[in-house]
Design a protein around this ligand. Structure first.
Ligand SMILES: Nc1nc2c(ncn2[C@@H]2O[C@H](COP(=O)(O)OP(=O)(O)OP(=O)(O)O)[C@@H](O)[C@H]2O)c(=O)[nH]1
Ligand SMILES: Nc1nc2c(ncn2[C@@H]2O[C@H](COP(=O)(O)OP(=O)(O)OP(=O)(O)O)[C@@H](O)[C@H]2O)c(=O)[nH]1
Ligand SMILES: [Mg+2]
Ligand SMILES: [Mg+2]
Lengths: 291, 281
């Protein structure tokens, strides 16, 4: 556990002197190991270590805590700061309906998360309409219909295969039936699938969503930076939802995605039920990544 | 005289970065590079290309027990041959089962599917559509039903209908949820009860995007019910799936198939050489 390892490295330094380059770089080797094991991207780890080293070297050793604890605090604060200083909630303009679009790779948890978001904003007094825009996956529309039924939320779907048309019609339906928010569930897709990425681009320009949320699996490893980078370059998404965080994945992908896109992580998915969603806490995530 | 008895450290750094970026993980990467150093000090390598070729051979060798003599597609000793497909949420179990059933049907095996995910919305409907696509019958029950009961009924149906292969689709479950792991153990106990020795194959489905948590998944499923092989999915993306090196090394579980897309033909037998080549692309 990282604090014990650091105390070992720093035990010669108690109470006086400055944090030297030598013992900082020794502890940074340990931090590198911890972050890589937590699935933070290799290049993000390099940059992170470099900036922490700069901050730590030459600092006076404090009397109240061990030098190891002091370095950990620097690391923890740097990590939490990178995650985002505060919570960033959903953005709603005065437009009716407001639109939230969920995007991401196959199996990341979009359809389930659509149900969670609907529940979340329903609790805030809004009246969402779920939109079944995955016309590819077997029984995807049925899946969303069942989700809607479970949480007592209306679902718009039709038999067509034109995703933009479905969403435009959902928009009209929403206005007609006084739904103030559209939550669009899209099909999982690869960032390297040009046709499918183009579909999202068209959806964005036709619907002007207030929120485009990139739904990413919490256990994603090194490739998180590649997918996030392509999705953000294509869509300039507004936030990230990291799912399946009720498991024991350390969630280093959170730091990678944040470092590479600068976008806020807005929510964590913490289970399969529709109330199992949490607003993201930067400091808590930092502790989880550090193990 | 060129004294090349040391590998260029830059080349090794390059290799280390490549492996870590491929989700091989720090410990396993260090182990693999150590193997390279050892092989290297017994001989002389003059250029970078030779180092890479030697290294690819080492990597392929590490995975080679995957191509075991017990290839399930050639050795089917029982009728029905029962395959249980397990793994955490969203990895591609249901889709892989559809593809696998299609492969067996093309080889003239008669396949029965069991929709034992009675929990997730439209899981049964999803498998049913795959069943229609690849012309396999399906045993199912109503939502919220007992997955073990579906498994039991499916074995009996497979016997009664003289099916060659029975494939059980289970619900995605995080390995950290002990009640769900117990549910899986119960499904397997019931399979064994219905047909001693079943399930004959236990395939763990792992998403190639998964990082180091993949090893924890494999270890926990291995401890709970045993795993005979891995299906590594979504290799048509940019993730490399390097976690399989750790899984092979620490748990000796081989990769049997890879998923390379969402269509029926997008399942291939695992080929270590091709997998290693793809790592370096
Ligand atoms: N434990 C857990 N499971 C989750 C969470 N979010 C989603 N899941 C599960 O992950 C699996 C995939 O979820 P889906 O909602 O179907 O994922 P998707 O992104 O819509 O999948 P595609 O449409 O095929 O791309 C399901 O078994 C969900 O129940 C979560 O936060 N925790
Ligand atoms: N690109 C790609 N997508 C895949 C592959 N295998 C599965 N998928 C997709 O991944 C998503 C999830 O697949 P499922 O078969 O529903 O996964 P699952 O493990 O059964 O999910 P749960 O039952 O909810 O745990 C679907 O959108 C599939 O089409 C693959 O090899 N490549
Ligand atoms: Mg979906
Ligand atoms: Mg499934």
């Amino acid at each position: 556990e990282i604090s014990e390892k650091f105390d070992g490295i720093f035990k010669r330094l108690r109470g006086h002197g400055k944090l030297s380059e030598k013992n900082i770089s020794e502890s940074m080797r340990e931090v590198r190991r911890v972050l890589l094991e937590a699935d933070v991207n290799y290049k993000v780890v390099k940059q992170f270590i470099a900036s922490v080293e700069k901050k730590a070297v030459g600092q006076d050793v404090l009397k109240s805590i061990t030098p190891g604890q002091q370095v950990i605090k620097i690391i923890h604060d740097e990590l939490a700061g990178l995650m985002g200083e505060k919570q960033e909630p959903l953005t709603f303009s005065n437009r009716i309906p407001g639109t939230i679009m969920l995007v991401g790779l196959q199996g990341s948890g979009k359809t389930t998360t659509a149900g969670k978001l609907a529940t979340f904003i329903q609790q805030k007094g809004r009246k969402p309409l779920l939109v079944a825009a995955d016309v590819y996956r077997p029984a995807a529309v049925e899946q969303l219909r069942i989700v809607g039924r479970e949480i007592d939320t209306m679902v718009y779907s039709d038999e067509g295969k034109d995703v933009v048309k479905i969403c435009k019609e959902a928009e009209s339906f929403a206005k007609e039936h006084l739904h103030d928010t559209l939550i669009i569930d899209t099909a999982g897709r690869l960032h390297v699938d040009e046709t499918m990425m183009d579909e999202l681009d068209r959806l964005k320009s036709e619907l002007h969503p207030e929120e485009i949320l990139f739904v990413a699996d919490g256990m994603t490893g090194q490739d998180a930076v590649n997918t996030a980078k392509v999705f953000t370059e294509a869509l300039d998404f507004t936030g990230v939802i990291l799912t399946k965080m009720d498991g024991d994945a350390r969630g280093g992908a959170a730091l990678s995605v944040r470092a590479v896109t600068g976008k806020p992580i807005k929510f964590l998915g913490v289970g399969e039920k529709y109330n199992q969603i949490e607003v993201f806490h930067p400091a808590r995530m930092a502790s989880r990544i550090l193990g | 005289l060129k004294s090349s008895s040391r590998i260029d450290e830059n080349t090794l750094d390059e290799i280390e970065e490549l492996l870590i970026l491929s989700d091989v993980g720090l410990d396993t990467t260090e182990h693999l590079i150590e193997r390279l150093r050892e092989k290297y000090k017994d001989g002389i390598i003059d250029n970078e290309e030779e180092v890479f070729n030697l290294f690819k051979a080492i990597l392929a060798e590490e995975l080679n027990s995957s191509v075991s003599a017990n290839d399930p597609e050639n050795v089917i000793n029982t009728k029905p041959h029962v395959i249980s497909v397990i793994g955490v949420n969203g990895t591609g179990k249901t889709t892989s089962i559809g593809k696998l059933a299609g492969r067996y049907q093309q080889k003239n095996y008669n396949v029965l599917l069991a929709a034992a995910d009675t929990f997730r919305a439209a899981a049964t409907e999803q498998l049913s559509i795959w069943g229609e696509r690849v012309r396999s019958d399906i045993i199912k029950t109503s939502p919220g039903g007992d997955p073990a009961a579906v498994a039991f009924d499916a074995v009996n149906a497979a016997k009664a209908r003289h099916k060659d292969i029975l494939i059980i689709d289970t619900a995605g479950r995080l390995h950290t949820k002990s009640n769900l792991m117990q549910e899986l153990q119960k499904i397997h106990r019931v399979l064994d009860k219905a047909m001693p020795g079943a399930p004959h194959e236990i395939l763990l489905v792992i998403d190639a995007n998964t990082g180091q948590n993949g090893l924890a998944q494999a270890r926990t499923f291995m401890q709970a019910v045993g795993v005979t092989g891995i299906i590594l999915t979504k290799l048509d993306g940019t993730a490399k799936g390097g976690i399989v090196f750790s899984i092979q090394k620490q748990l000796k579980v081989p990769v049997k198939y890879i998923g390379i897309g969402e269509k029926p033909d997008d399942l291939q037998r695992f080929d270590p050489g091709e997998f290693v080549e793809a790592l370096f692309q």
